[in-house]
Ligand binder design. Structure first.
Ligand code: 4NP
Length: 157
């Protein structure tokens, strides 16, 4: 069976997309679907390459029994060939991903979408960047993502 591959993308790959990745992995575990998927995350920017996720996000996630283990990397045009779904956290990420695809003349098959297209409980059309705000912003991002990541899984199952 071919696995379904999903790449979550934000700006720095240290707050939102690693959280989305870890939430999705946890959801797959709960549903016995781990073996059916390949899951990863990346940033459009390069500042934090190789770094663990922001400790504020890791701590907020651990309180929900979600472990964020990923190390930051930058999206590359190869990702358009390797992932079925590339899911952007906000409009700016979405545009930067599209720009990369156009600039590199990629013919990759990845469907590029915004994760908030799959929201049901929360009205936010973008996942807000919590990096420069207070601790409560990290919990809010996790709340939003738990909703929209679940919606994404339901949309493809
Ligand atoms: P993320 O948050 O895109 O959710 O990982 C950010 C992390 C770092 C920066 C901006 C946003 N930064 O400017 O370094």
């Amino acid at each position: 069976m071919n696995k379904i591959s999903v790449l979550f993308v934000c700006l720095g790959n240290i707050c939102r997309s690693p959280a989305a990745e870890a939430i999705f992995i946890r959801l797959l575990e709960k549903n016995g679907l781990t073996d059916a998927f390949i899951v990863d995350s990346a940033g459009t920017g390069s500042w934090h390459i190789g770094k663990k996720a922001d400790s504020r996000m890791r701590i907020a996630a651990e309180r929900r029994d979600i472990n964020i283990l990923s190390k930051a990397r930058q999206i590359t045009s190869k990702d358009f060939d390797e992932f079925n779904y590339i899911l952007a956290m906000d409009d700016s990420n979405f545009k930067n991903i599209q720009d990369l695809k156009n600039r590199t003349a990629s013919t990759g098959f990845a469907a590029i979408k915004k994760i908030q297209d799959f929201r049901s409980v929360f009205n936010e059309q973008e996942v807000p960047d919590p990096y420069f705000g207070g601790d409560e912003g990290f919990d809010y991002v996790l709340d939003i993502l738990e909703d929209s990541v679940k919606g994404f899984l339901e949309s493809i199952s």
